[in-house]
Design a protein around this ligand. Structure first.
Ligand code: UT7
Length: 337
């Protein structure tokens, strides 16, 4: 079921006023992985585009990464933690089962006025969050929000499974969304969707109510993330193409109007294949998966932050964010930065 929202009121736009990202310093290269499982730099590079990824140490957790990205986004926006009304964290690797990771971020930042909650939509979590927080801002319930995507997927990675362990990395990205009166820019449109029939394509089955910790798992590997890569691959290309096409058609835009399409970084081949079908020129497709691997909900805001800091996206540019992930879920946002 797909839901769409257009902001028709120029007086209540949710404007992106800041961005920031943070990744742990420890690196895991393809050659490192080739010493752990039967794989090679050549296979990983050719099939995924990934060369290296950043991974957390034991002492580093999702809230830690999220808070560091948040501080950078706040600094960019010229706000302090006291200015925040709301903090959301999109994550499937939360600090713990509860409380929410967003509450830990609120504590670290000292954002005493902010309410806080997590959003679980896997790799689409950040795109979902922008759609949701935009509604709260447009309705006048929130003025200043911190929207974060943060993951430590390597904590649920099966390092013996070569089909999945080569794919993922850790990191966090954040944007500040502010209600601005009469601002021409902001979040212009969002499209989001889900299809739970495909839950088995990507999942982590342990620690929930279906497989409680009080009962031994029928398969010990269920404690880790499990993926059916080929199944995901085919759907991902189609959903990304459809979501971007929806954005262009609904907003009466052409590719000439768009400065950059920033896709969730799940596999360079998936992004390139979708871009080809959309006739997107290379310079309008941002790919940084070679440095980070797949960071799930963090990948779009990390990529956006890099684009902005490299000057590839400037104030006033139109940008499309697009994502696809477990659930399955998908979505896209059109943003005038
Ligand atoms: O963000 C959402 C989460 N991301 C995903 O779910 C990933 C989406 N899928 C993908 O990125 C790709 O499907 C993969 C990178 C996971 C796999 O690439 P592929 O081109 O779809 O390969 P494949 O699964 O069809 O496997 C081809 C071969 C198989 O061997 P056989 O059966 O042809 O003999 C695999 O066993 O490659 C083998 N293989 C590997 N070989 C070396 C699988 N993983 C590896 C590996 N190193 N790490």
């Amino acid at each position: 079921m797909e839901k769409k929202t257009e902001d028709r009121s120029p007086t209540s736009r949710a404007v992106v006023t800041g961005c920031g990202s943070f990744v742990p310093s420890k690196l895991l290269t393809n050659d490192d992985l080739a010493r752990m499982v039967d794989t090679s730099d050549e296979w990983i590079t050719t099939r995924t585009g990934i060369k290296t990824r950043h991974i957390t140490n034991d002492g580093e957790s999702t809230a830690h990464l999220a808070a560091e990205a948040a501080k950078r986004a706040l600094q960019y926006a010229g706000l302090t933690a006291d200015d925040l009304d709301l903090i959301t964290v999109a994550t499937i690797t939360p600090e713990m089962v509860f409380p929410s990771t967003a509450c830990f971020v609120q504590q670290i930042l000292g954002a005493q006025r902010a309410w806080a909650f997590d959003i679980a939509a896997a790799c689409s979590g950040f795109v979902y969050s922008l759609h949701l927080v935009h509604q709260l801002i447009a309705n006048g319930r929130v003025d200043n929000a911190l929207v974060i995507g943060a993951e430590t997927l390597t904590k649920i990675t099966n390092w013996k499974d070569r089909t999945s362990c080569i794919l993922f990395g850790d990191g966090a990205g954040a944007v500040v969304l502010q209600r601005k009166q009469d601002a021409g820019r902001g979040i212009l449109y969002s499209t989001v969707g889900a299809d739970g029939n495909f839950w088995e394509a990507l999942n982590c089955q342990a620690h929930g109510s279906r497989n409680p910790v009080s009962r031994p798992l029928d398969n010990p590997d269920k404690v880790f993330m499990q993926i059916k890569g080929r199944e995901v691959y085919q759907q991902a290309v189609r959903r990304i193409v459809d979501a971007v096409t929806d954005c262009l058609e609904h907003c009466h835009l052409t590719l000439d109007d768009i400065a950059m399409v920033i896709s969730h970084q799940m596999n360079a081949r998936i992004i390139e294949s979708a871009a080809k079908r959309l006739n997107l020129p290379d310079e309008k497709v941002f790919i940084n998966i070679q440095n980070y691997g797949n960071t799930s909900a963090a990948s779009v805001p990390i990529a956006f932050d890099e684009c902005v800091r490299q000057g590839r996206v400037k104030r006033g540019d139109l940008v499309i964010f697009v994502a696809f992930g477990a659930g399955v879920t998908w979505g896209a946002n059109v943003i005038e930065f």
